[in-house]
Design a binder for this molecule. Structure first.
Ligand code: KG4
Ligand code: ZN
Length: 341
């Protein structure tokens, strides 16, 4: 994979903000390796259990480090910069990746860079293309966040709007749980929606016409729960589940697309970008592409393997920040509530 960033610095990045342990190595504009270890253990609980996640990071990280260095064909002493996600996320998870990266930086005498997970997502659409970071309106949709951001360059961000309650991915996960589907719910809801009728249930489009750029998804999830109660006899039947998934997904996609386009129009943006786990969703990608096309806007979506949590996006953000002269102190603490700006 070639990147616009053209400097031969080799960066090793670690991401452990939630339940994915990830390590990536980027040399100049070439991604040498990017490994992710997911934790299936959380499925039994229908959500991430912080203590389990943290223990698993500790178990997986040393092996993953070795594997990533092996795949990249590079020795630890050849790494120029160590980076890690320092927030936002689960404190006990963030601590593992950040401590390892700091330890490696101290042990090798190399610089350390603390990276904001949201910035990793935000910049990820530019990772595979031959682009500079162009001004854009960015939709970040993940399990923990739903944000609309005006981007003018690296570290030049203005928050336009955010969810006032559940994140879009959280709504996918909660609806999946209500419908008896697995965790994480997004991919499973999307799969079931493909065989369902999106017009069968008229679920609410909360805050669609609000004057701000905020979102709300908790009412939508509650509407699914109440509607489901009307179909007690059909509970679990494929047709009902598929129709619920398709109707729910249609409601989420409509709100995300309409509000993103409205924000882009208000900012006078020529480019829209999307990132985060929910931006893997094909229905969202297709609708966003169509509506951007109709509005004469360019659309740049993060490639699917960079949408869900990974360390390549952290390495990329670190590369851009390093190039801009940023360095972090190893004493810098992780921050579970770290804001983008
Ligand atoms: O970005 P991510 O891996 O982690 C966070 O930073 O939160 O996003 C995970 C979220 C989960 O809520 C998951 O259900 C959702 O992204 N997701 C999807 C899809 N794939 C993952 N949601 C809808 N459709 C998908 N295909
Ligand atoms: Zn994420």
């Amino acid at each position: 994979m070639r990147l616009p960033y053209n400097c031969a610095v080799t960066i090793l990045a670690i991401e452990t903000s939630c339940d994915e342990t990830a390590v990536a190595i980027l040399r100049g504009n070439e991604l040498l390796a990017s490994e992710v270890a997911s934790q299936a253990e959380h499925e039994a609980y229908g959500g991430v259990v912080p203590e389990v996640a943290s223990r698993n990071h500790l178990l997986h990280a040393p092996r993953l480090l070795e594997e990533t260095l092996g795949k990249a064909g590079i020795a630890l002493k050849k790494i120029d910069v160590f980076a890690a996600t320092s927030g936002p996320g689960l404190a006990s998870s963030l601590m593992i990746g950040a401590s390892i990266a700091k330890g490696l930086a101290l042990g090798t005498g190399r610089p350390y860079l603390a990276i904001n997970h949201l910035e990793g997502h935000l910049l990820s659409p530019f990772f595979s293309g031959n682009f500079q970071i162009e001004p854009n309106v960015s939709l970040i949709v993940s399990g923990g966040h739903t944000l609309l951001v005006e981007v003018r360059g690296v570290n030049k961000y203005r928050i336009l709007g955010r969810t006032v309650d559940d994140a879009a991915g959280e709504a996918f996960d909660k609806v999946a749980k209500l419908l008896g589907l697995g965790y994480p719910g997004g991919p499973e809801v999307e799969r079931r929606a493909a065989s369902g009728r999106p017009t069968r249930f008229d679920f609410p489009r909360s805050m669609l016409d609000s004057r701000d750029h905020n979102f709300s998804f908790s009412g939508l999830k509650t509407a699914v729960r109440y509607r489901l109660a009307d179909f007690e006899k059909e509970r679990g039947m494929p047709e009902l589940v598929n129709d619920m998934c398709a109707s729910f997904q249609r409601a989420v996609v409509e709100v995300l697309v309409k509000k993103t386009l409205r924000a882009a129009r208000e900012c006078g943006a020529a480019l829209v970008t999307t990132s985060g786990g929910v931006s893997c969703n094909q229905a969202l990608r297709a609708e966003m592409a169509e509506q951007c096309g109709n509005a004469g806007l360019r659309l740049l979506t993060a490639p699917p393997r960079l949408c869900t949590d990974n360390a390549a996006m952290i390495a990329f953000a670190a590369a851009l920040r390093f190039k801009a002269g940023h360095r972090s102190a190893v004493a810098e603490e992780i921050d579970p509530n770290l804001a983008l700006v």
